[in-house]
Design a protein around this ligand. Structure first.
Ligand code: SF4
Ligand code: FES
Length: 233
């Protein structure tokens, strides 16, 4: 494939046609922050933390899914892009439990985001779903990055056990007809847990260990099918 030539933060780079700005920047050793993006998932541009400025283009563009163009001039860390990233982080912190999201916590520190900037914001709070022996679902920690849905679907497993539910503020991740996991097509492959960046999906054993159970109690608790649903830990 012919190379496309562009500049990123004033530095020239040539990358194959179809390369995204994110990957072109990595080529130069530059890191653009990402949250919803995962190397093994289809980019959907949901979180917008990766926005950059492109000369001659009005809106900020998401680096994770915008392909490079010949002659493009990209600025990855302009004041405008950084302000946008900071606001996104502040909105996330105001509504979601990020206590087990170390990458996002790191960005919050780097961008000096104020977690208390929107004190009136309604927090997304849900009971922990504990309905199977393999993993728990704590959607109070969910940032709706969609990675779990993607790996459950056409990015990996082709199982389609979960998807978006609801609309607007009520948008969430769930099963069809809100069924418990064992009653869905879930094969408990664990790929959703593996790509979740916030601890919203967590191995049951890890959760029980955190609750102070002994190894024999954990084995006992995870041997059979889970039957508690919506019960807080
Ligand atoms: S459960 Fe995890 S992987 Fe799934 S959308 Fe929420 S934060 Fe993303
Ligand atoms: S990382 Fe690009 S939109 Fe989320």
């Amino acid at each position: 494939m012919p190379d496309v030539k562009l500049t990123i933060d004033g530095e020239p780079v040539a990358v194959p046609t179809g390369t995204t700005i994110l990957k072109a920047a990595e080529h130069l050793g530059r890191s653009i922050p990402t949250i919803c993006y995962h190397d093994h998932c289809t980019a959907n541009g949901l979180c917008r933390i990766c926005v950059v400025e492109v000369s001659g283009v009005g809106p900020l563009v998401p680096a994770c899914l915008t392909p490079v163009n010949e002659g493009m001039k990209v600025t990855t860390a302009s004041a405008r892009a950084e302000r946008s990233r900071r606001t996104i982080l502040e909105m996330l912190a105001s509504a979601v439990d990020l206590s087990e999201a170390p990458e996002i916590q790191k960005f919050i520190g780097e961008y000096r985001a104020q977690g208390a900037r929107f004190p009136e914001a309604q927090r997304r709070e849900y009971p922990v779903l504990d309905d199977n022996p393999m993993y728990i679902r704590d959607y109070s920690k969910c940032i709706l990055c969609w990675r779990c849905v993607q790996v459950c679907a056409a990015d990996a497993q082709f199982t389609y056990a979960i998807n978006f539910t609801g609309r607007g503020f009520e948008t969430g991740i769930g099963t069809f007809f809100d069924k418990p996991m064992p009653e869905t097509t879930c094969v408990f492959c664990g790929q959703c847990v593996g790509v979740c960046p916030t601890g919203a999906l967590k191995p049951k054993r890890e959760s029980l260990l955190e609750q102070g159970l002994r190894p024999d109690e954990i084995i006992e608790a995870t041997r059979g099918g889970g039957n508690r649903r919506g019960k807080p830990r």
